[in-house]
Design a protein around this ligand. Structure first.
Ligand SMILES: [Zn+2]
Length: 82
């Protein structure tokens, strides 16, 4: 039993050790730097719950070198709204 009286155990987490973390690499060119970009999903009026066309901006990342969007960074349509 350790720190049983600590009301906030999450504050005691050690800092992330990024020295052992893997870089995410571009699937296309292997580059390891990315730029923040916005994908905009357009929901047609027919599909929209409000009956009006809706623009849904989603923040994601693209390769800073070749602008490729990794599969893991492609926004899933299922995550919109909900
Ligand atoms: Zn790339």
């Amino acid at each position: 039993m350790q720190n049983a009286s600590n009301p906030n155990p999450q504050m005691q987490r050690p800092p992330l050790d990024l020295s052992t973390a893997e870089d995410v690499l571009c699937e296309e060119c292997g580059n390891n730097t990315f730029s923040e970009v916005i994908v905009i999903k357009k929901v047609s009026a027919i599909m929209s719950p409000t009956g009006q066309e809706v623009m849904a901006p989603i923040k994601t990342f693209q390769c800073a070198k070749c602008n490729h969007l990794n599969e893991q960074f492609v926004p899933k349509v299922d995550e919109i709204g909900g």
